[in-house]
Design a protein around this ligand. Structure first.
Ligand SMILES: [Cu+2]
Length: 100
């Protein structure tokens, strides 16, 4: 028997941009998608699809899991990675020796 798991064990997004996760439960059994730091607790009925939209503000690595009893222990966990927003860096050059 194959262990229950999320098909995607890593999700990578960018900080400061809204993200929509489409949670697709392809099983005839209820699951859930939970991520405590973002206060996300989305139950997924059998064969249900749910979309959640939120805005990760701070970069970092966050743990998601399934809160159905026993599932987290069985390996229904993953990592939600929030990459820092690219800073718009502009060169500001001071040429040496032109005026002295
Ligand atoms: Cu589960």
């Amino acid at each position: 028997m194959e262990a229950m798991r999320f098909l995607q064990e890593e999700i990578s997004v960018t900080a400061g941009q809204p993200v929509t996760l489409r949670l697709v439960n392809q099983d005839g059994y209820a699951y859930a998608f939970d991520m405590d730091e973002f206060d996300i607790h989305a139950p997924l009925a059998a064969n249900e699809t749910v979309e959640i939209t939120f805005m990760p503000e701070d970069d970092g690595r966050y743990r998601f899991y399934c809160s159905s009893p026993g599932h987290e222990m069985a390996g229904m966990v993953g990592t939600f990675i929030v990459e820092p927003q690219d800073m718009d860096v502009q060169d500001f050059r001071i040429e040496p020796g032109k005026i002295r």
